[in-house]
Design a protein around this ligand. Structure first.
Ligand SMILES: Cc1cc2nc3c(=O)[nH]c(=O)nc-3n(C[C@H](O)[C@H](O)[C@H](O)COP(=O)(O)O)c2cc1C
Length: 317
């Protein structure tokens, strides 16, 4: 078969992107490069990829959308005040984001021992940027302890009376987000078919099969191992993104073969950003796309739709 012409493009919520590679939400990108989220937005524009902006971004969603020249999706961390959470959702909607991605995989906190250990030897002046102090070890998953002047989504208290949250979010919270906005709702951090089904039942248009790059759940299954049961349960009713450990075009091919609509990357592009700014992010996207094209040609698949389960063999098969 002639594989000289490939189509790696993908349509997500009516927008066409050059490849099924999403730039995952990563907080505090100006900690990695002075241009932070703006450099990433410019790279996403140059290479035409979907960018998802973190709640704890160091650039406002309005500025990022302007630099991207197209809408980005907004990733949501809930806050202890529904009024503030709602204000962030409304702001993203007003800025033109077509989707809100609610991250649920830090609700139990995370055990970032390396970070806590390194923080002890960090001699920089923390309060230059942080006003809320360091989160206590194991305390994470909502942003009450991360008050930060460099985080525009959180910088100002929402107008009006606070509406304190009682307890941690349940599935009703997903429905509450859905009822609050006309944006499509995605849930990020699901790793089981049962949760995938519940997400759909509560109005989600899709999900990110993710464990925060192993920074939330660890010692459990890799996300790619969770993918088959999820795509089997979803049966094409929702968009399924897979992230965590995508490092090669072959990883992307395998995820698509197992039923993912698209993959997300985190550390690869932040390494590119930290090293070379916008150029570094563009280089990472170009490498991954080139590698995906190589494996697509080798397998005789000229479109993403042709990448099916028949191209992977189960480990015990
Ligand atoms: C430095 C860093 C910051 C992150 N910040 C966020 C965040 O603010 N919100 C979020 O939903 N996920 C966040 N993540 C998780 C990523 O969105 C993504 O799930 C993960 O990085 C994918 O795995 P990978 O890094 O192996 O590609 C972060 C990950 C890293 C490494």
């Amino acid at each position: 078969m002639d594989v000289s012409n490939l189509d790696t493009s993908i349509d997500l919520l009516g927008n066409k992107y050059s490849a099924p590679i999403i730039l995952c939400p990563l907080g505090s990108q100006r900690a990695f490069h002075a241009e932070g989220e703006l450099a990433v937005a410019r790279a996403a524009k140059a290479k035409n990829h979907l960018q998802v902006l973190s709640t704890v971004a160091t650039t406002s969603i309005e500025d990022v959308i302007a630099a991207r020249g197209a809408p980005v999706w907004f990733q949501l961390y809930h806050t202890p005040d529904w009024n503030q959470t709602k204000a962030m959702i409304k702001r993203a909607e007003a800025a033109g984001a077509p989707a809100v991605v609610f991250t649920v995989d830090l609700i139990g906190g995370s055990n970032r021992e390396t970070m806590f250990r390194e923080a002890m030897s960090d001699t920089r002046n923390c309060i230059q940027c942080h006003t809320g102090g360091r989160p206590a070890p194991g305390v994470s998953g909502r942003v009450d302890d991360r008050d930060n002047r460099r985080k525009p989504a959180l910088a100002k208290p929402a107008p009006g009376t606070p509406i304190p949250e009682v307890g941690t979010p349940t599935w009703d919270f997903v429905k509450r987000i859905k009822d609050t906005t006309s944006m499509k709702v995605f849930v990020k951090g699901l790793v089981t078919s049962e949760d995938a089904e519940l997400a759909i039942q509560h109005g989600a248009s899709g999900m990110f099969v993710s464990n925060h790059g192993g920074r939330a759940d660890n010692s459990l299954r890799a996300t790619v191992e969770c993918l088959p049961e999820i795509t089997k349960a979803v049966r094409g009713r929702a968009i399924v993104e897979l992230d965590g450990g995508i490092r090669r075009g072959t990883d992307i091919f395998k995820a698509l073969a197992l039923g993912a609509t698209a993959v997300g990357i985190g550390r690869p592009y932040i390494w590119g950003l930290g090293s070379f700014g916008q150029d570094g992010v563009e280089a990472v996207l170009a490498i991954l796309r080139r590698e995906l094209e190589i494996v697509m040609r080798q397998c005789g698949t000229t479109t993403l739709k042709q990448i099916t389960a028949s191209y992977v063999v189960p480990r015990n098969g």
